[in-house]
Write a protein that binds this ligand. Structure first.
Ligand SMILES: C[S@@+](CC[C@H](N)C(=O)[O-])C[C@H]1O[C@@H](n2cnc3c(N)ncnc32)[C@H](O)[C@@H]1O
Length: 329
């Protein structure tokens, strides 16, 4: 059993693992090792890297279960590492995305803790989404990373809710459009609106999230207004914003919907207790990067109150996401 100070030192070196992962992705190492056991000298030659340096990075990641060193300086890919192959897009994009701007913002986490404000704005001089609007390549990576993060959970949300009573669904901040695509495929009676900033709509136009039949693509700012519809899905958007801004988005949905309309906030709730949970990491990332937060059911209910909505029911999907269904109060 490591001593307390050894445990703390290991925690304090978290950045070494996250940046090592990013490096092997940038060098496409998982692709080269995917074909079978490889010597680090061959991988280094193919990736034009220093063999000894690459060996040390791969040895570190072997200790984390990404590779297996089967003979001295010969590695194979584990099942975990295989998730990083480029023919399985998703996790690799997510690691790339979190370990670039978000990583740099984290150096100023103390600023966020002292002020409650996003360190990202201090480091980059603009908010996360304004910055992405000015950096199309990073915005496209962000949308791919969102697809990775939603893997499985978009299907679970589309499956868990009965959309039969509605005619027009608006996906607010729908980005790549994968959730809307899955809902429309299951509900041929629905027409759809994908609403996002131009950078999100661009990803959907490129087909990033799948087919979008019967869909109007509208770009705009959800703090100004949202298009009209009778059911709103808003997944992993409210968590990007503090209470004041989150309530403003929900109020705009409330204004645009008919009295029998519904708003479906799809988010992962913060569980009680001390167990490790990815959502606790994402919560602190929200603090430093966007200025948002992960919430409990009670916190969402209170947000709905502020926005003139009432929490009707909480639906736990098959994945980590819950659907909080709200109606006009
Ligand atoms: C965390 S992503 C979630 C995307 C998608 N709903 C999902 O679950 O993968 C937040 C989305 O909100 C969009 N967004 C941010 N600010 C916005 C604004 N002011 N108006 C409209 N969309 C905005 C972003 O472009 C992004 O697509």
């Amino acid at each position: 059993m490591p001593s307390p100070s050894q445990q703390i030192m290991r925690l304090g070196f978290g950045f070494a693992v996250s940046q090592a992962l990013r490096v092997i992705i940038e060098l496409s190492v998982p692709d080269f090792v995917a074909t079978g056991e490889q010597s680090v000298d061959d991988v280094a030659a193919t990736t034009r890297s220093d063999a000894d340096a690459l060996y040390r990075v791969m040895r570190l990641l072997a200790a984390e279960g990404v590779f297996r060193e089967v003979l001295p300086r010969h590695f194979e890919l584990t099942e975990v590492g295989a998730a990083l192959r480029s023919d399985r897009p998703g996790p690799a994009d997510f690691v790339r995305m979190t370990n670039s701007e978000a990583y740099l913002a984290f150096e100023q986490l103390l600023y966020s803790v002292r002020t409650g404000m996003p360190a990202f704005n201090k480091v980059f001089g603009s908010s996360r989404f304004d910055w992405l609007s000015e950096h199309p390549e990073q915005a496209a990576l962000f949308q791919r990373a969102m697809i990775a993060l939603g893997q499985g959970s978009n299907e679970a949300v589309a499956e868990a809710y009965d959309f039969r009573p509605f005619t027009r669904i608006v996906d607010v901040g729908g980005g790549h459009g994968q959730l809307l695509s899955l809902i429309l495929a299951r509900n041929p009676h629905l027409s759809g609106v994908l609403f996002d900033l131009p950078s999100g709509i661009a990803a959907a136009h490129q087909g990033a999230g799948g087919d979008l039949p019967r869909t109007e693509f509208i770009s705009g700012d959800f703090f100004e207004s949202v298009p009209s519809g009778d059911v709103y899905v808003i997944k992993k958007v409210v968590h990007d914003w503090d209470d004041r801004r989150a309530a403003a988005i929900l109020r705009n949905c409330r204004k645009a919907m008919p009295p029998n309309g519904r708003v479906l906030v799809a988010e992962t709730l913060v569980p009680p207790g001390n167990e490790p949970d990815l959502i606790k990491e994402i919560d602190v990332v929200m603090l430093a990067v966007t200025g948002g937060l992960e919430r409990t059911e009670a916190q969402y209910a209170s947000l709905f109150d502020d926005a003139g909505l009432r929490l009707e029911q909480l639906i736990q999907t098959q994945g980590p996401i819950s659907i909080l269904e709200a109606s006009p109060a």
